[in-house]
Design a protein around this ligand. Structure first.
Ligand code: ADP
Ligand code: MG
Length: 530
């Protein structure tokens, strides 16, 4: 084998594409790998079929022109990542090295180049990048969740106190007076605060979620009523609700929150007025959905679609809308917290659903939310409560280190006819219980207290009386509490504590349920949580 033959083999058998071409884009020679990369059966076929490399091989002929210019000026270009087109029209990403071969007088003889097909590698890299982004996103969510959980405990205690005392004051103030109106404002603001904590927790998934059978159409009708009141006249909300819509298993408060957040965004995107259409549909066997959203289980779904005729958004904004604290609105306005859609996404994920957004700047936005339809029929006939007339005459031991919270709960329980013993920490509680266990019907126990916390206190109480009845008060959701605790206690009260719920829960646990609302702790339906 002579020298020239060896070089020819090197060229012909090289695993990367090698070619020679004229500066005006005509192929002179290509090797087998080059033909293969571009989808031709042989080098001969490729050379015969390609008239102009720039127009037929390059996805962007302008880039071809610039590259040739650069090669002629500098002598070579190295590692240019370029989108090429195969014979069948499909795209590939090539890594290109190109140099000008010159005659001894300096004139260009031809261009010689190497092309490596890096399509697969690029795809893998992009996949990796996406995964990394998802991981970073998940970590960020976790951090915000931890933060939210951390504040919730203290914040909920404060809100319990503010809400409770305001309610107390309102009872001794005549309706219609300016003082009453002022108190009402405090109450409203504190409730907004409670809603904000609730939102943060919903988003961080530490919320006290109470899933039940939910009729979406009904929730939508209610939320429309509520939202309509605060909407400018030029905005209308039209409903297009499916008959026989399957129920879902969901937390009604969280679903309301989702609907409100999306409606608010829509209305804020239509400052000049417009229309919001809310649709519902049954989506049986959502196979396509599972293909588009890995992780979504196959099955029957219910679709909520909210379309507005508002400003829409461009790609840059659309990419980030679900990020917590991302907002395109003025930060100082009350609108732009950037939590709205993060919460919506949190709620959707918590309900094992998925969300899609289609939007075009100037043309409006559509959010589609898919939630799993409920499978099993609900059990009917709630268990009967004990005798409606029974009056509780028993004693409650109330354990909480927060004096104001304790004071409030005590007043509510006294008003409901209970006798109340108090303890400010676990040690006191154990002491009182040891002395008076005969008369104590129920212990209400805060979890986080200095000296002896709720959990240790509970262990001590169980030692004294294995059948001790305990309700635990906590700023966290019941599913955040460990299993051992759950087995021992009769129930959980989550903060901020609504006094009416406290009394109800105590009634049920002590066995004096269904006494109707207590005078003084009047019923009120709230947007969230009711
Ligand atoms: P915020 O409303 O506090 O800005 P959100 O999380 O609710 O936070 O929304 C994030 C961003 O998504 C908004 O600032 C806005 O840019 C965009 N967005 C959400 N919904 C719509 C909509 N219906 N039309 C146009 N843009 C929207
Ligand atoms: Mg919003």
């Amino acid at each position: 084998m002579d020298c020239e033959e060896r070089y020819r083999r090197l060229f012909a058998d090289a695993p990367i594409g090698i070619f020679q071409a004229t500066p005006d884009g005509r192929l002179l020679t290509v090797n087998a790998a080059h033909a293969r990369i571009f989808g031709y059966a042989s080098p001969e076929e490729e050379i015969a079929s390609v008239g102009h490399v720039g127009e037929e091989h390059w996805a962007d002929p302008e880039k071809f022109r610039q590259t040739i210019e650069a090669v002629l000026a500098k002598g070579h270009v190295a590692a240019v990542e370029t989108n090429f087109v195969r014979k069948d029209g499909s795209f590939l990403v090539g890594n290109l090295h190109l140099q000008a071969l010159r005659h001894s007088d300096g004139s260009v003889a031809c261009l010689a180049g190497f092309v490596e097909d890096v399509t697969e590698r690029k795809r893998a890299e992009q996949e990796q990048e996406k995964l990394r982004d998802r991981l970073i996103h998940a970590r960020k969510m976790q951090a915000v969740g931890t933060l939210a959980g951390g504040i919730a405990h203290d914040f909920n205690n404060m809100l319990t106190v503010i809400l409770g005392y305001t309610e107390l004051l309102m009872e001794s103030t005549r309706e219609g007076t300016p003082e009453y109106a002022d108190l009402q404002k405090i109450l409203e603001t504190a409730r907004n605060g409670a809603d904000l904590v609730k939102s943060l927790l919903a988003f961080s998934r530490q919320d006290d979620s109470r899933p039940q059978k939910v009729n979406l159409n009904r929730r939508i009708e209610q939320v429309r009523k509520l939202v309509s009141k605060s909407l400018p006249k030029m905005i209308s909300i039209d409903l297009d609700l499916a008959e026989n819509l399957a129920p879902i298993h969901a937390d009604p408060g969280q679903i309301d929150q989702l609907l409100v957040n999306l409606s608010e965004n829509a209305s804020e995107a239509m400052p000049e007025g417009g229309k919001l259409i809310i649709q519902t549909r049954n989506v049986p066997h959502a196979e396509q959905l599972c293909r588009n959203h890995p992780g979504v289980e196959p099955g029957d779904y219910v679709l909520i679609r909210m379309s507005d005729t508002g400003s829409g958004m461009d790609e840059h904004i659309a990419e980030r809308i679900f990020d917590p604290f991302f907002t395109s609105k003025a930060r100082d306005s009350r609108k732009g917290t950037g939590l709205g859609l993060a919460i919506v996404q949190g709620v959707v994920q918590q309900h094992c659903g998925c969300i899609e957004c289609h939007s075009e700047a100037g043309k409006g936005t559509t959010f589609s939310i898919y939630l799993p339809a409920m499978k099993r029929p609900e059990r009917t006939a709630a268990p009967k409560r004990p005798d409606a007339q029974a009056r509780p005459t028993r004693t409650i031991l109330l354990v909480d280190d927060e004096e104001y919270v304790r004071d409030l709960a005590k007043r509510a329980l006294l008003a409901a006819g209970y006798t109340v013993l108090e303890a400010a920490n676990g040690i006191q509680a154990v002491h009182v219980y040891r002395k008076k266990q005969e008369s104590i019907a129920l212990v209400i126990l805060d979890l986080i207290m200095p000296e002896m916390g709720g959990k240790r206190c509970l262990e001590e109480l169980v030692k004294i009386n294995p059948d001790v009845k305990v309700l635990v008060m906590t700023g966290f959701a019941a599913d955040q509490v460990d299993d051992e605790l759950k087995r021992t206690v009769k129930g959980f009260l989550t903060k901020p504590l609504e006094m009416r719920r406290l009394v109800e829960e105590v009634d049920n646990t002590v066995g004096c349920g269904n006494r109707g609302p207590q005078a003084g702790w009047s019923d009120r339906s709230r947007l969230t949580g009711s």
